[in-house]
Design a protein around this ligand. Sequence first.
Ligand code: FEO
Length: 166
Amino acid sequence: MLSKKIEEALNKQLNFEIESAHIYLAMSGYFGDLGLDGFKNFFDVQYEEELAHAKKFMNFIIEKGGRVNITGFESPKNDYESIMEVFKISLEHEREVTARIYDLVDLTKEEREHSTESFLQWFVDEQVEEEATFEDIINKLKLLDGVGTYLLDRELAERTLEEIAE
Ligand code: FEO
């Protein structure tokens, strides 16, 4: 059983994960337009990852006897000045996700909702990886010229969706 407060907070995060997916899908479209298929692949995978995160929240809410509530979403940004801008916005977005997950953990501690706190630990760990992924690419981009960008595009083409345990 979930308290109303926790149920609402989990639903808010569930919807934010879907909103995150939309943001990354728009970035995939931007790279598709530029003909950078590796960058596009990277964001296609990121889109799938965010949907998987959303499903994790959804399944947990149901498992705990709560009610899922899907809302509308803000239109994502579709146009960017540069490759670097896309990754800087992505990193800022992931930092926002981390802050929201931490707020959720704080709430579960206040409400003594131990099972939800345990569930959220997966996301606390995941966010370390999410932020590091974008930081790493930003650092590479700072060092690159045109040839380097081409090589990074080929590297990002290799990314696949890792199995995410339900
Ligand atoms: Fe679902 Fe990228 O955090």
